[in-house]
Design a protein around this ligand. Sequence first.
Ligand SMILES: [Fe+2]
Length: 248
Amino acid sequence: MHMNEGFCKENIKLPTIRCTVWQGWILVTLNPDAPEPAEQLKEVENLVGYLDMGSYGETFREEHRWATNWKVLAENFMESYHLPVCHSGTIGGFVSLEKMTCPEGYDAFNYHWILKKDDAPLTVAHPLNTTLVGEERVKTWLISIYPALMITLTPGYFWYLSLHPDGAGHVKILYGGGLHADYVNDPEAQDHFKALKTLLDAVNDEDRGCTEKVYKGLLGRLSEPGALSHLERPNYEFARYISGKVGG
Ligand SMILES: [Fe+2]
């Protein structure tokens, strides 16, 4: 290249991609004009900052591919109305529809929370934890960051789904999670890891069954939109977000 007088090595490089660490998450965008996550998602910090999301340790991360549309899976995550039925074999018995709160969402995310029974395994604050008080000890947050990062945050663990559409009929999923530091530092940490992973895998299998069937149903000739419950407020928020993005 020394014969090419116009060549300047400093100007030739791979594209620079924006990458920001926010609350322990590595967020990447190809959009140079996207707002800073700390600005766009500041309400998330206001809501769950007391749990210090970035301090949780990720203990597993896997890739999956399901035969459903990504929006069906996102919508499934956003409502906990399905828990007692779809998850009757796992966590359904530890939740009550009366203990779910679904407030209005924000431009960049929606959320709801569930107050869990205080004997729910791992979901509640560690018995030796003295910093979380009252409802904080039993409150599970479900946060859907648009378009496709779904986070469940409890005082004991977190898990997430990062959705990547793969055509209309499939979605690739980055699925991971881990424990709060209190459980990681517990002498019985290994048992906690095992119990958590077994539980979350079983919950995910149940969701896979539900969302793949819902997608099949959506393709049916007789399929029509239905009414929403107040426990599906986040679904309404998500529909408005999608509608805004596609000019609807
Ligand atoms: Fe579910």
